[in-house]
Design a protein around this ligand. Sequence first.
Ligand code: NAD
Ligand code: USQ
Length: 382
Amino acid sequence: MRIMVLGGDGYLGWPTAMHFSSRGHEVAVVDDFTRRRCHLQQGSDSLTPIAALPDRIDAWHDLTASTIESFVLDICDYPALERAIAAFRPEAIIHYGEIPSAPWSMIDRDHAVGTQVNNVVGTLNLLWAMKDIVPDAHLVKLGTMGEYGTPNIDIEEGYITIEHKGRTDTLPFPKLPGSFYHLSKVHDSHNIHFACRVWGLRATDLNQGVVYGIHTPETEIDERLLTRFDYDESFGTALNRFCVQAVIGHPLTVYGQGTQRRAFLNIRDTLQCVELATLNPADAGEMRVFNQFTESFSVAELATTVQEAAHRVGYECDIAYLTNPRFEKEEHHYRPVNDNLLGLGLTPTFLSDDLVESTLHAVERYKDRVTLRSIDPRITWK
Ligand code: NAD
Ligand code: USQ
């Protein structure tokens, strides 16, 4: 299959490109290094030393004899996106190419507007380019579980059947997102749904939980193939941050009492889920929604898991319960459904003691690269 990975230089995009390439698909990546620039701006960096995109691609070719094509362009630049899609003619487009951070989007007006313009305009451009050039291609779009927020009812997969005043309909599930970033994903979902209904495009919106993990089988082949792994307050996700904090002896930064629950998955399962969605495309005119996660934890449970694993491998760390910099419910119902991907054959990688310990060992190797300044939260929601 001809697969285009938008955001193919990122944490998830680069391992995805290698994953499909190693399985014999023709792969092209699109990126404009927005993410690398965000880190330059805030003075942080990936824990893992990541190679430049051309060097990664060359290393992949040297090691596997497989080719990954690349297009360096901003998805918001419509003519450039159009040219790339016309040249590659993808059958599937996996769209990771957005700014992925809730705290970043809450820094100030500029960051909120920058996140929403980048994400919403990029996806809208993509929908128009698909309609005009590859209307039969399948869009696999990364959304987020945070689109739903934490309502006091079970979270279904994208849609809910509602009975109202004696009438019944199946409608998009209500959304209560918790940041301007998460809102950008809600806006994307509406635009994609509209394009499917009106133009007959086919799409799968993957509402993904919080991803953790440092390695996939391909990143382990050679250091030049490493993907990024972040621990700063904007771009580092909870478990990844806790692992770095444990190794350098920093108290684990739990926000509030840590009783807020979230859905999680291992980076290897991101690849599995995206592959399942890509190889089983949506019908023309359909926007499917899959909730992409394997298990849920409270933040305090995660911190305790990391603290105990760290103790077993020789690191002692405290848990700090910090004033929550975010505006989020800490006590809430949380029971999201994830039947669709399990139904397609997802075999979950559950968070085990071994997995946390191996992540701690992988982090250890790069601990001299940690800058302490990046760890404590400074961005607040209000
Ligand atoms: P990432 O920042 O590492 O990857 C996104 C890539 O897209 C970056 O390389 C960036 O440079 C590129 N990009 C952004 N805007 C672009 C533009 N206008 N033109 C071209 N390239 C652009 O993020 P990630 O963690 O790999 O996340 C990938 C996707 O998955 C994002 O859409 C994110 O919202 C979603 N997601 C991530 C997680 C997670 O925990 N990492 C969880 C749920 C959903
Ligand atoms: N948290 C802490 N301490 C930390 C970091 C986070 O307690 O040091 C808490 C947060 O308050 C939050 C939870 O952990 O309650 C998750 O925070 P996070 O930073 O790990 O994840 P989040 O901001 O939700 O965003 C991440 C990705 C984003 C993706 C989202 C999936 O950055 O791209 O969309 O996870 S989800 O959360 O399902 O919406």
